[in-house]
Design a protein around this ligand. Structure first.
Ligand code: HEC
Length: 135
């Protein structure tokens, strides 16, 4: 899947541009520059696992996040979502997850996910990289 470019990370953006100009087009399909799924798993365990399982169909306080990347919002069977989430019409691609996980209530006003958001760009990129392995 297409890697996530961290918003505001100009140095990396310029580096990516330079690589692209050099014609190394494979970079486009590579994971986010520097994003680390293993580090993301640790972030998940400390920040998300209290409410979310990664096993398919296992809903806790929050819905299972198995296969969440690429899924439409509010689709996990048997989980009672807020109307705000269900009607958001969002698709959890990497860019949308990046905005959502920075500040959930800004992206889905009225969500019942009380998590305040993860402001650290690098940790968020690692986390999304990890979420994208859950298939
Ligand atoms: C305090 C519990 C809690 C924590 C901590 C939490 N969540 Fe949630 N999460 C929820 C709940 C509840 C919902 C359902 C939101 C709704 O219906 O409005 C949700 C929804 C979501 C969704 C939307 C899923 C869908 O099927 O539409 C994603 C993605 C998500 N959470 C990711 C995360 C990630 C990643 C973390 C860790 C950074 C996290 N959450 C931390 C409780 C939590």
């Amino acid at each position: 899947m297409i890697g996530l470019m961290r918003i505001g990370d100009h140095a990396r953006g310029m580096a990516l541009g330079a690589v692209l100009l050099a014609g190394a087009s494979f970079v486009v399909a590579a994971p986010a520059l520097g994003a680390d799924a293993k580090a993301g798993q640790a972030v998940f365990k400390s920040q998300c696992s209290i409410c979310h399982a990664v096993q398919a169909g296992r809903n806790m306080t929050g819905p299972s996040l198995f296969g969440v990347v690429g899924r439409k919002a509010g689709q996990e069977a048997g989980f009672h979502y807020s109307a705000a989430n269900e009607k958001s019409a969002l698709v959890w691609d990497a860019a949308t997850l990046d905005r959502y996980l920075t500040n959930p209530r800004a992206v889905v006003p009225g969500t019942i996910m009380t998590y305040p958001g993860l402001k650290d760009d690098a940790k968020r990129a690692d986390l999304i990289e990890y979420l994208s392995t859950l298939h």
